[in-house]
Design a protein. Structure first.
Length: 279
C-alpha cells in the first residue's frame, strides 16, 4: 500500500514530488493550481514531466485535487463553461504530472431537489470528459453531508458514474472522515462497508483514499479532520480498515493537521505501523 500526504507545489510539481519522497511518502496529493481559484493556469509542462519521471523512478503515486471553488453543480449557465474549462485544465496538468486522477467533490446542489443536482452533475461530467483523451481519471469524492445531503452514499457515486456517457474516464476517491461524518462508516462496520461496496462494484473503481480521522462523532455531518488514530474514528478502526484485502492496492493520502511537533512525516510513519500490525 502507498501512503503519503497532501503537499505544496510552492516549488513546482517536481519540487512537490521530491518533498513527498523526502518525508517518506510513497503517494502524494497536490493542488494543480491556486486552490482558491478556477482561473486557467498556463503551467510549466517541462516541470510537470520532470515530476512524472521522478515519480516513475521512485515508485511514487500522485493524485491532484481540484481547487476549492470547483463544483459539478453550477446553477448559472454563464458560469458553467468556466468551470468546465477549469476542470479540463486540472486534468491536463495532472496528466502531464503522471497522476492517476483529479479528485472532485461530489456535487452540492442548492435547491431542495437532489434529482436536479444529479442531472446537472451528469451533464457537466459528460461535457468535461467528451473530448478528454488522457490517462488521468476524474475521481468523484464522497461528501460529509453538510447542507443538502448529496453524495454521502456509495450508491450515489456508483450510479452517477454509470449514468455518465464516459464511465471509463471516472473513478472514485473515498474520504474516511466524510464517510464517518455521513454515517456510512461508524468505525465498527467496515466489513459491512466492504460488502456493500463490493456488491455495487465501488471498490473496482476506487483509486485513492483520503486518510483522515474526524473531530466529531459519526453522523455529525461535519467535515473536520483530525490526525489518524487521534480523533473519533480511532486507531483500532483504522487498523481494521487499512488491513482489509480490498485496500491493499489503494494509495492513501493524509489531509490532516500538521505542526512542528507532529509532521506528516511522523504521521506517515505511524500509519505504516498500523499496516504492519505493530503496537
Amino acid at each position: 500500500m502507498k501512503i503519503g500526504s497532501h503537499v505544496s507545489i510552492r516549488h513546482g510539481y517536481y519540487g512537490a514530488a521530491s518533498h513527498a519522497f523526502d518525508i517518506g511518502a510513497t503517494a502524494f496529493q497536490y493542488f494543480p493550481k491556486n486552490p482558491r481559484s478556477i482561473q486557467i493556469k498556463d503551467f510549466n509542462r517541462e516541470d510537470a514531466e520532470r515530476c512524472a519521471a521522478f515519480c516513475q523512478e521512485k515508485g511514487l503515486v500522485s493524485v491532484a485535487h481540484t481547487p476549492y471553488p470547483t463544483s459539478l453543480c453550477v446553477d448559472r449557465e454563464e458560469d458553467r463553461q468556466g468551470m468546465i474549462d477549469s476542470i479540463r485544465n486540472d486534468l491536463d496538468i495532472a496528466d502531464a504530472c503522471g497522476s492517476i486522477g483529479i479528485v472532485v467533490h461530489f456535487g452540492k446542489h442548492h435547491s431542495d431537489d437532489p434529482l436536479e443536482g444529479y442531472q446537472m452533475m451528469i451533464s457537466m461530467l459528460d461535457d468535461i470528459l467528451e473530448p478528454w483523451e488522457g490517462d488521468t481519471l476524474l475521481l468523484l469524492e464522497n461528501n460529509a453531508g453538510q447542507g443538502l445531503k448529496m453524495g454521502t452514499t456509495l450508491e450515489e457515486l456508483v450510479q452517477v458514474r454509470e449514468l455518465c456517457q464516459y464511465p471509463s474516464k471516472i473513478g472514485f476517491c473515498l474520504d474516511t472522515c466524510h464517510a464517518f461524518a455521513s454515517g456510512i462508516w461508524n468505525g465498527e462496520n467496515w466489513e459491512e462497508v466492504v460488502e456493500k461496496g463490493s456488491e455495487l462494484g465501488f471498490f473496482e473503481d476506487l483509486k485513492v483514499v483520503h486518510l483522515n480521522d474526524s473531530r466529531y462523532p459519526t453522523q455529525s455531518y461535519r467535515d473536520r479532520h483530525a490526525n489518524v488514530g487521534k480523533g473519533e474514528i480511532g486507531e483500532a478502526a483504522f487498523r481494521a480498515m487499512l488491513n482489509a484485502n480490498v485496500m491493499q492496492t489503494i494509495p492513501c493520502v493524509l489531509e490532516t493537521p500538521k505542526s512542528d511537533t507532529y509532521t506528516h512525516k511522523d504521521e506517515i510513519q505511524y500509519v505504516n505501523t498500523l499496516l504492519k500490525g505493530d503496537t
